[in-house]
Design a protein around this ligand. Structure first.
Ligand code: NAD
Length: 271
């Protein structure tokens, strides 16, 4: 591959690496020669992931960690520095919607459970901010690094039934711009902060609302596809190249952007 797009030898911390998106991106990063720190709160998922990542000689370690626990993240950061001496890339992928935070079609907003609102906003917003604080501090000392956050189509215009998830992902987009600005003003051009905004990919969190038990598309799915000019869901692997590009020297003057990877969903008014 052209050196411009290389991430070979870079130390990349991937939160939520046990999950669908994190797993796919971690695999593509290890294949590109990066050293992976897979961080997740679920031990079993992490074990599966590390077995996959190291199967062909890839360099990867798994660390149980909680993106909502700063003290825990600081311990993780120390462990990584003592093993590999640096942290080049942080992919803030842990996050997602939660069943309790999705309003039922017949449920009124004012009956939403506050505890579910707090859980979903905290995981998606604080779960991006806290690791950025802990690992970003190391990048500031190094005067180099790259952070990628995960926003959503819900940050562009309203998606029904998911108020907490939408509010938190909008915060992630704004935080991406804020932190990009802060890092460049204080530490120069070596630290970049960007985000991706995936369109619709079938994952564990949304399978039930997009696919009926008999495998047919739900009404919600049909609405999504009608507003996606490419007329299909994304394949999870279609995120990998964009994330690698944003972390590579080819993107050296790109900071503060939120890149939609959505088959045109965010570009199309629907008319
Ligand atoms: N799947 C999609 O279509 C889609 C679309 C847009 C955005 N996203 C976003 O992409 C990201 C990943 O989504 P996914 O579909 O891979 O979800 P997933 O549920 O498969 O993976 C999320 C991972 O995060 C881990 N996690 C949860 N809480 C954690 C915590 N406190 N600390 C550390 N790890 C924790 C989970 O154990 C899980 O392995 C999320 O931010 C999600 O909002 C997904």
């Amino acid at each position: 591959m052209n050196e411009q797009f290389s991430i070979k030898g870079k130390v990349a911390v991937i939160t939520g690496a046990g999950g669908v998106l994190g797993g796919s991106i971690a695999k593509s990063f290890v294949d590109a020669g990066a050293k992976i720190v897979a961080l997740d709160i679920r031990q079993e998922q992490l074990d599966v992931r590390i077995a996959e990542l190291t199967a062909n000689g890839g360099e990867a370690i798994g660390i149980i960690g909680n993106v909502l626990d700063i003290e825990n993240l600081e311990k993780v950061a120390k462990e990584i520095i003592s093993k590999w001496g640096q942290i080049d890339i942080l992919l803030n992928i842990a996050g997602g919607n939660m069943p309790g935070a999705t309003l039922n079609p017949d449920q009124d907003f004012y009956n939403m459970k506050i505890s579910d609102w707090e859980k979903v906003t905290s995981l998606n917003m604080n779960g991006t901010v806290y690791p950025s604080m802990v690992f970003g501090k190391i990048m500031a000392q190094q005067k180099s690094g790259c952070i990628i956050n995960v926003s959503s189509m819900a940050a562009y215009s309203a998606i029904t039934r998911v108020p907490g998830y939408s509010a938190a992902k909008t915060a992630v987009s704004n935080f991406t711009q804020w932190l990009a600005t802060e890092m460049a003003l204080k530490y120069g051009d070596g630290i970049r902060v960007n985000a991706i905004a995936p369109g619709f990919f079938i994952g564990d969190q949304n399978r039930a609302v997009l696919i009926n038990p008999d495998g047919s598309l739900t009404d919600r799915s049909k609405k999504v596809l009608d507003k996606t000019p490419m007329g299909r869901f994304g394949d999870i692997t279609e995120l990998n190249g964009a994330v690698q590009f944003l972390c590579s020297p080819a993107a050296s003057f790109i900071t503060g952007v939120v890149l939609p990877i959505d088959g045109g969903f965010s570009a199309f008014s629907g008319v």
